[in-house]
Every structure is written in C-alpha cells, then in structure tokens.
Design a protein around this ligand. Structure first.
Ligand code: ATP
Length: 323
C-alpha cells in the first residue's frame, strides 16, 4: 500500500485535525503518502483530492473544525455515485481510506469497502453518540465549552436571583448535558435517556424557589420538545417566580481548540487506523472500549445497543438535588 486518503464527514468536531495529523505521520513512518479528500464524500465524487504534507498536518493539530472540510452528500447512498468515487480513487492510485465522522459516515465507508476500497472509520463527533466507543473525538472539548458556558451563566443567575434554561446539542444523545450537569451541579436536566415533562420541570424549579435557592440552572437537550427553550423559560418564570432566561448554546459547542484529551484520543485512533489499513483490513470502526483501542466490523458497530446510562443519571440527579 503506497497511497491512502483521508476524509472528514458529517458534523465537524474539534480533534478531527489531530486525527488527520496522526494518520499522515503514521503513514509517513510506514512509507505511505496521505491524500486529503476535501469536503467528505463530495471530494471523492468530484475528484477533489490533494497530497498532505506532514509539516502541514502538524500545523493543524491544534486547530478546531476540520482543515479538509466536511459536507453531507445524501446521493452517496446510490451505488452509481459511489462508483464515480471508486473510479476517481483508482485513477489517483489511492488504495484505502480513513473516514472520520459519525454513524452515517461509517455506512459510506462500509459500502466503499464492499466495492474494493478498504476503509477504516474513526469516531469524530461532539455528541458522544457512537455506542461502540467510550468517548468520541470532540466530546471532551465540547463538554469543556458547555461547562464553561454554564459556569458563566450561573455567575449572572446567582447575582440576580434568576433561573436559566440552557439548551445543549447532542443528536439524540444526552451525554453532553449529563456530564455537564455532573461537572457544574446544574439543578435539573432533561435528556433523551431521561426526559422530564414540562410540568415536572416547572414543579421542580418552583420547589427550589420556595426553598429559597438563589439561582437555578435547567439543562435540556436540543430537539426534545415541541416548544422552544424561550417558551420553557417563560413558563418557568410564570410558574416559579424566578426571572428566567434561555440560552441556546448552538454551534459554539462545535468549535474551538481541541482539548488535550481529544488530541490524544485522535492521535491514538489515527495511528491504529493506519495499522489496520497496512494489515490489509477494511470495513472496520476504530474506537475505545473500556479504555482500550479496538477495531470492530462497521456493521456490528452500527447494530450495537445504546449503553445503559440509568445509574449515572440517577447519581447525578440525586447529588444535584441537594442544596
Ligand atoms: P453526524 O453524527 O455528525 O451527523 P454522520 O456521519 O452520522 O455525522 P450523516 O449525515 O448521517 O452524518 O452521514 C454523512 C455522510 O455519509 C452522508 O452525507 C453520506 O454522504 C454518507 N452516508 C450516510 N449514510 C450512508 C449510506 N447508507 N450509504 C452510503 N453513504 C452514506
């Protein structure tokens, strides 16, 4: 194997660049050239690929986002579109690919492997919603951003005797708000794995108000309710007596300098991915399982059940109720 490609696909995440840097350097050690495929699967189809210089790779290690762009290309589900990608790769002499992204991206990687291009998937998403990895590349940085934001919101809520609703991303996974609640002591949290009704949130905030708590922080996962966080804040204000403000953290969670832990995870995964490709393997997903790097069949990975978080949820709920 002389040439490999690398692409980032789906939502961007801090640490993707560190993974790219690791792949490029590990490949160089093994005498392999690495090509950047720009804008995910789109770059494969449009033949937008370029050799990555190791010096450039090192220079992007500490940068947020992805230096080689990401995009969604729903047409990649069609075999004729993927055939164009395979033909382009063959034309360039690129024999294998590393794909950094989420679940959807691994499906693309699996299909390409079936068409003769060995692909290895790496977990790149802030959501931590890849069930076959303890942590995903980008989660730690996003969590730190969320925690820092909540700390700041708490400062002003505490000063003014107010309540706050903070809406957090997660793509159906409650790990960011759950871990953030553990790290900040946020009073109430509602996540897909343990969803509270509006009535439950209102009565819990009112109880805290009646007990004399000076500020209350309510964390909610995005896209869970058919009402907005602004509306929830208004209802909390009416029901509890706290002046209440809503903050939707939004895309601020996706950006920023990758944390040391994300860079370390990205580097370990990137090195491991190149080792798999050199061993002639494809159709695999590389992740952390109980702290150890493992490579699993993509198909098996996608069918794994969600981890049971009920114990962690209970512990955080119980401890954060005390004041
Ligand atoms: P995120 O978790 O950030 O959304 P993701 O990788 O799950 O990341 P998707 O939009 O689901 O994001 O998928 C990214 C890309 O992967 C799609 O735009 C498409 O190009 C490709 N893809 C998704 N599903 C398939 C599939 N079944 N077959 C081939 N390619 C696919």
């Amino acid at each position: 194997i002389k040439k490999i490609g690398i692409l980032t696909s789906g939502g961007d995440a801090p640490g993707m660049n560190a993974a790219i840097a690791a792949v490029v350097r590990e490949a160089k050690i093994k005498g392999i050239e690495t090509y950047a495929v720009y804008d995910g699967y789109k770059g494969l189809v449009e033949n937008n690929m370029e050799k990555i210089d190791p010096e450039f790779a090192i220079s992007i290690m500490n940068c947020g986002g992805t230096a080689i762009g990401s995009a969604r290309l729903p047409e990649f589900k069609e075999e004729k579109v993927r055939q164009v990608a395979v033909d382009n790769l063959k034309k360039e002499g690129i024999e294998a690919l590393v794909v950094i992204g989420g679940d959807g991206s691994y499906m693309g990687a699996q299909r390409l492997t079936e068409m003769g291009i060995n692909c290895i998937g790496l977990p790149g998403t802030i959501d931590n919603d890849i069930v076959s990895s303890d942590y995903t590349i980008g989660f730690d940085t996003a969590l730190n951003t969320v925690v820092e934001s909540i700390d700041k919101i708490r400062d002003t809520m505490q000063s003014h005797n107010r309540a706050a609703v903070v809406e957090i991303m997660g793509n159906g996974c409650g790990d960011l708000p759950l871990y953030a609640a553990a790290a900040t002591g946020a009073d109430i949290f509602s996540i897909p794995e343990s969803k509270l009704t509006k009535e439950e949130i209102l009565s819990q905030v009112k109880k805290l108000h009646d007990e004399g708590k000076r500020s209350v922080i309510v964390l909610v996962s995005e896209k869970m309710y058919d009402f907005t966080s602004e509306q929830l804040a208004k209802d909390i204000e009416a029901a509890s007596g706290y002046v209440t403000r809503a903050t939707v953290l939004g895309h601020v969670q996706r950006g920023g300098t990758p944390s040391a832990m994300d860079r370390v995870l990205a580097t370990a995964c990137g090195v491991f991915a190149v080792e798999q490709l050199v061993a002639g393997k494809g159709g695999l997903f590389v992740g952390l399982e109980n702290g150890k790097l493992v490579a699993r069949d993509i198909e098996a990975t996608l069918n794994m059940p969600r981890k049971d978080k009920s114990q962690e949820i209970k512990v955080v709920r119980d401890i954060n109720e005390i004041f």
